[in-house]
Design a protein around this ligand. Sequence first.
Ligand code: ATP
Ligand code: MN
Ligand code: MN
Length: 374
Amino acid sequence: SEEEVCTKSPSIPIYACQRKTPVNHLNHHFTCALEALAEGAEFSESDGRALAFRRAASVLKSLPFRVAKIEQLRGVPCLGKHSIRIIQELLDLGACKEVEQIRSNEMNKVMKVFMSVWGVGLKTATRWYRDGLRSLSEVRASPSVKLTRMQQAGFEYYRDLARPVSHVEADTITAAIRALLPNSFITITGGFRRGKDAGHDVDLLLTHPDEGGEVGLLSKLLEHLNEQGSVMFQDYRDNTYKETNAAGFNESKSTMDRFERCFTILRLPLSPRVTSHKDDKVTGRQEVNEAVTSHYTTNLRKKIPEPGERAVRVDFVVCPYSQYAFALLGWTGSQQFERDLRRYASHEKAMILSSHHLFDKQQVRVLTISHTLH
Ligand code: ATP
Ligand code: MN
Ligand code: MN
């Protein structure tokens, strides 16, 4: 029986990175509720509470049985009193008052809508809400709102970016990119690497089997894609990692890595061959750059892709082969897995893990993988 499975299962580890978690787990009813509460806590900047709910949801995702009785959770770690109370109420009544309240809360609903725009995070959404804005059209119409270039693109391609990217689309994009860079090594990371069959973007890690061979790859790729007229938006950042300041970098709390990368919006289909769409390209870029708040409606109308076409978010990250293992680990996610992986390294091993390397605090040195190629 289910209970047997539970009592027989050995103690569940406290770090998400030590637990096996299937893509399709058995406790959505509970995890969705707990994640709604986590989100609500994040919106009201109660980070500790948010983390507790996220941890509770994460551990339920790893259970090999559907929770039917609260007793089954005896000995399961990461479940605080509050989370247990929520689960209990869901078991007893099928719904939970606190969760329903959060879901119908006006601020929560508005914040979710704001954050559905690419480039809009907690900070921006909160500011808009505090300024009295309540809808995306109000944001667009507000003369006091200054959008970043990314947010402008987020509005411009809103409909397309709201549509999930399918696994098939992700594979097609990856194949097209591989065809453009035949000598490099391209790996799909993010949610697709975790086995999800849909995602909000495609995450690609680029490297080259010869150390140093990765330099210039991304520029070359972007040049190709721009020539094809496929690039609707790009936010490029050069590599800022230096071996010499690795230690200092490790001490900083940032989870952002320092790899060369580009966050893009690409237009599908990607032609594997270079064709001339020069005029499209110029128009597309100008529209993104010149977009002023009041122009969004017109831009939106002009930019609706023809049938069969669509805009897709694609993230490119470049790493030297010597850091490939760490970069792959860092870009695969999930967020909770990454968070716990770093916590595990730090608390259990006295090491600091980043997407570049492992830093041993006791030996005071950077550990990289001495690898043999291929
Ligand atoms: P989805 O399927 O919705 O795209 P995802 O897990 O792929 O989900 P992403 O936001 O694409 O989510 O991020 C994938 C992984 O890449 C994250 O888990 C994170 O580790 C890493 N990542 C994303 N953005 C950054 C960033 N700016 N700097 C460093 N790492 C990042
Ligand atoms: Mn992703
Ligand atoms: Mn991404």
